[in-house]
Write a protein that binds this ligand. Structure first.
Ligand SMILES: [Zn+2]
Length: 320
């Protein structure tokens, strides 16, 4: 069976896996990123990919999922606010180091390819993945093909505004983006926003920088009034974004990934009825909203799958 190296490049660490063409992970190597300068990240990629290639010398290609707006034809990172990069020649730098083809694409698009090919979406033709973490990453599969867009930006669902007047400031600079309102970070912001109404809240005993989305969700599950109020606002914003996704793309399934699996039922039970209320132009309840199944492996599996297919651009249907 052919194998490829699938790499997930995150803001705090890089993971390189040996992945078979059946989507199975054979081995994984992880390294923390000390700093995000281009040369340091290339050195960390060099080390982890080198270890993966040591496990699988016959790997036919390397696929890398990176945050930001990526030119998947050249492998250049055109713009990445997370890394502070502009026009960084990631693909070119790695092609000089390795003998096999190197492909680079946006990390959430890679995760979508992985989740659609081997995970929750594998029986679907019209599919959307949303990864809810510190931000919201996304990817859209339409009639079986991953949408790339004119400038590689299709699927940036996290940056459609749902509260442009009274929302939180997004990392992209806009107000009230879906990501600012309905990511893990969004839940924390909702907790601070409603805090003045709950001056005796036990959540406020936690140091400001230690208050995690998980703590708030658990407190909401336990019935804490402050957490319940924050959770309600968060779920309301999540539902608006999901209903918008249904209006834009009418998928068969939306899978939610990125650390939500432990809260799955609690979240889905709350959000699905509101999404149904907000769904107007297609029959209510006809979009399955589920939890993604590949977890943190989706990005690596998808990046390797992209590499085995010869890149995202190569997988596009050819015009006749
Ligand atoms: Zn934004």
């Amino acid at each position: 069976m052919r194998t490829a190296i699938g790499v997930d490049l995150g803001g705090s660490h890089v993971t390189a896996a040996v992945v078979g063409e059946d989507g199975t992970i054979r081995s994984q190597h992880e390294q923390d990123l000390e700093d995000l300068r281009f040369e340091s990240v290339i050195a960390a990629l060099d080390t982890t990919i080198g270890m993966a290639l040591h496990d699988a010398a016959d790997a036919v290609a390397i696929g890398i999922g990176s945050p930001g707006n990526i030119d998947a034809a050249s492998g250049a990172v055109l713009y990445s606010p997370n890394f502070g990069w502009e026009n960084a020649p990631l693909g070119e730098a790695l092609r000089k180091r390795f003998q096999v083809p190197v492909f680079v694409a946006n990390d959430a698009r890679c995760a979508t390819l992985g989740e659609h090919t081997f995970g929750a979406g594998k029986q679907t033709k019209d599919f959307v993945l949303l990864t809810l973490g510190t931000g919201i990453g996304g990817g859209i599969v339409a009639r079986g093909a991953l949408l790339l867009g004119n400038r590689w930006g299709a699927g940036e669902i996290g940056h459609h505004q749902i509260r442009p007047r009274d929302g939180f400031v997004c990392a992209c600079g806009k107000i009230g983006c879906f990501e600012a309102q309905a990511s893990g970070t969004g839940l924390i912001r909702h907790a601070f926003a409603v805090a003045p109404s709950f001056p005796r809240s036990p959540l406020l005993d936690v140091a400001r920088d230690k208050l995690s989305s998980k703590k708030i969700r658990r407190a909401a599950q336990a019935g804490d009034q402050h957490a319940v109020a924050a959770w309600k606002n968060f779920i309301g914003d999540l539902a608006i974004g999901l209903a918008n996704v249904i209006a834009f793309t009418n998928p068969e399934m939306i899978a939610l990934g990125g650390g939500v699996s432990s809260a799955a039922d609690f979240m889905l039970d709350a959000v699905v009825p509101i999404v149904d209320e907000l769904t107007t132009m297609v029959p209510k309840g006809t979009t399955q909203i589920v939890v993604a199944t590949l977890g943190n492996d989706a990005g690596q599996v998808g990046a390797a799958t992209m590499a085995l297919r010869g890149g995202l651009a190569a997988a596009l249907p050819v015009a006749v």
